[in-house]
Each structure stands twice: as structure tokens, then as C-alpha cells.
Ligand binder design. Structure first.
Ligand SMILES: [Zn+2]
Ligand SMILES: [Zn+2]
Length: 349
């Protein structure tokens, strides 16, 4: 359908994915919601699959349609909005208030009065339509496809933010390791290459050949943990230590071995949720002046800079998208994604 038709012909009911648990997904017809004041109605056009969808995939959620890496087109704007119907864009998943102390400082990923997490608490991109607050919508240029637009979210956004967190404590790193070569890990790798330059060495570990091959294509130095310890494999690449370690795996053993590989004054950034980490405070932190920081998603205001980076590096970044499926094949898309022989898997309308 043309953009005009999408705006003029909003159906009364449309398909919304329903996650039934045990990797089963079906579609039900539901009433298309109306945008309230300050809100936009989006016709969703693409959504990228994410490991954060797994609790819904395995345990089910019939309350909402998940999907939090949304690209779509505004088909109807509520009162008190300035975005016009026909605007294409992507959705920042956190419905931030814009008024609290953290939002005022630009830290919209740390909002103290969050209204929604789109795709978690409210309908997301696996339904045909979603209603969002206008302030989470970010327009994309005409020559960036919806599918490409989703790269600005968890790939560039979350990846870039993790590196900016590291920059708070380390201004002159000469090496980095990324733990886990899933989509988030690949995003961190790609953003490190873009932000520090192609010669900046980034080791990246995993156990899945497909992902390590893709990481290598993106310029990473692959570390296959099936073939030995992190320290041994890093040594084979010529690294006895690294300045920055970023964990996207959520595994304690990964964090621990990364910390042991960290140089003095190095920093470990934790992006992957999951397990814990036992610390020996004196050797781990005090004597070595290392730092450990968390990094959660990214701030809305980072999207603008990341779009500029995308436009300069689009061919490089597009390599992260390895599979696309029509939305009605969402269950199959997840089957492929779960097998881990993929980069980003994206469903399209
Ligand atoms: Zn995600
Ligand atoms: Zn806020």
C-alpha cells in the first residue's frame, strides 16, 4: 500500500501477534486503537527480533503484542502533536516523562516517572499498529528503509551508549573485548569500529561459529571459547590485557574472565542482564583502579548523532541484518533467531 492509502484507510481491526509460550505465536484481529492527546498512531512496518523478547516467546504474553525495535509510519496524530501523518520513523522504547531530574539532564533512559516500555507494557511492533507518545518517535530520512531504521535502536543505540559509558572513565583506550557476539555484541563491535576507527582492535568472544564469522566480517578479532580460555585466545591475538571489556552475555564466567583480562585503570561495562559477579575488591578494583559500570539502552538524544553515523557507514552496518521475514512468519523468524545462526533478524509488513 502507498503511504497515502495507509493514512486514509485505517481499518477498524487488524492483526496483532499473540505470544502463546513455548515458541508458539499466532495472530488475532483486534480493534485498532486511537491516539490520545500527545500521542501518535503508528502503522508498524518493521520490527527487529531481540533476546529481550525471549521471556514472552517461552512463557507467553497474551495481554499485549511485544516488539520493541519498531519502525513505522505515523498514520494519525492525536491532539497537541506536531508530527504529521505520513512521517516515517522509529520508536525509542522507553516512554519517558520529559520532566523529571534525569529526563531534564537528557538521561531519558533513566526516567524516574516512566509511562511505558513499548513492546513490554504496551503494544509493540509485532502488532500491525501501536499508539506511542510523540516524544519517543524519531523520524528517519526517506532513503533509509524501515528495516534499516531499526539498526538505530538496539544495535547502534545500545552499542554506542555502552562505549560512551566506558569513555566516562577511560579516555585513551588502545584495546577492547566484547563478550558475546549476539546482536548486542555485534552492535558494540560495530560502534567501537566506527567511533575509534578501523584500526582499533576489538576482540569478540562467542561459541557460535556463524556469529564469530559475522564479527570477523565486521572487523572484530574472533575468540572462539570452544577452543580455549578467554586469556589464552586473547594472547594468541597478541593481547595480554585490554583496556575496555563490555559484557553482552550476562554470564558470570564471562564477566569474571573479562575482569581478569582487564588492564590497570581498565573498565568493565555490563550491558547483558543475567547472572552476578563475585568481586575481590582490593585486587579487582582498588589496587588496579578498575571500574565496573552498568549500561542500560541509551538516551533519546543519542539518536540524532547515531543517524549521522549510520548515513556515513550504512553499507558496513547493514551487514548486521542477516535475515528478514514477512510479519506473518514471525514464529519461523524466531525459530531461526533462537538457533543463533543469524545476526539481526527482522520482520517486515
Ligand atoms: Zn532489543
Ligand atoms: Zn522522566
Amino acid at each position: 500500500m502507498s503511504n497515502e492509502n495507509l493514512i486514509q484507510e485505517i481499518p477498524e481491526k487488524a492483526d496483532f501477534a499473540r505470544f502463546l509460550g513455548k515458541q508458539k505465536i499466532d495472530f488475532v484481529q483486534r480493534v485498532v486503537p486511537q491516539p490520545g492527546p500527545g500521542q501518535l498512531l503508528l502503522k508498524n512496518m518493521a520490527n527487529s527480533l531481540c533476546g529481550s523478547d525471549f521471556p514472552f516467546l517461552y512463557n507467553g504474553n497474551t495481554e499485549i503484542s511485544p516488539g520493541h525495535e519498531i519502525a513505522g509510519i505515523v498514520v494519525k496524530a492525536g491532539e497537541n502533536t506536531s508530527t504529521s501523518a505520513g512521517t516515517r520513523g522509529i520508536v525509542f522504547l522507553m516512554g519517558y516523562c520529559g520532566k523529571c531530574r534525569n529526563c531534564k539532564q537528557g538521561n531519558t533512559n533513566q526516567c524516574l516517572d516512566k509511562q511505558a516500555d513499548y513492546g513490554f507494557t504496551h503494544d509493540g511492533g509485532y502488532g500491525s499498529y501501536s499508539v506511542i507518545n510523540e516524544n519517543v518517535f524519531f523520524p528517519i530520512p526517506d532513503d533509509v528503509s524501515y528495516t534499516q531504521g531499526t539498526l538505530l535502536l538496539d544495535i547502534m543505540g545500545t552499542g554506542g551508549h555502552a562505549i560512551k559509558r566506558a569513555q566516562l572513565v577511560h579516555q585513551s583506550p588502545v584495546s577492547m573485548i566484547v563478550l558475546g557476539a549476539g546482536p548486542i555484541g555485534l552492535g558494540i563491535l560495530a560502534m567501537a569500529k566506527i567511533m575509534y576507527g578501523n584500526d582499533f582492535p576489538v576482540l569478540i568472544s562467542d561459541v557460535v561459529d556463524y556469529r564469530l564469522d559475522l564479527a570477523k566480517k565486521l572487523g572484530g578479532l574472533p575468540v572462539n571459547l570452544n577452543n580455549g580460555s578467554l586469556a589464552d585466545s586473547a594472547a594468541k591475538h597478541g593481547f595480554k590485557e585490554v583496556d575496555i571489556a563490555i559484557d553482552s552475555s550476562g554470564k558470570e564466567v564471562a564477566r569474571r574472565s573479562a575482569l581478569d583480562l582487564l588492564a590497570q585503570r581498565g573498565t568493565l561495562i555490563c550491558v547483558g542482564h543475567g547472572e552476578g559477579l563475585q568481586l575481590k575488591i582490593s585486587p579487582d578494583l582498588i589496587a588496579t583502579e578498575r571500574a565496573i559500570l552498568g549500561s542500560e539502552y541509551f538516551s533519546y538524544n543519542e539518536l540524532k548523532g547515531n543517524l549521522e553515523l549510520y548515513l556515513k557507514n550504512r553499507d558496513y552496518l547493514d551487514q548486521i541484518i542477516t535475515h528478514t521475514y514477512p510479519i506473518l512468519e514471525l514464529e519461523e523468524a524466531f525459530r531461526i533467531f533462537v538457533e543463533r545462526n543469524s545476526g539481526k533478524v527482522i520482520v517486515e509488513y
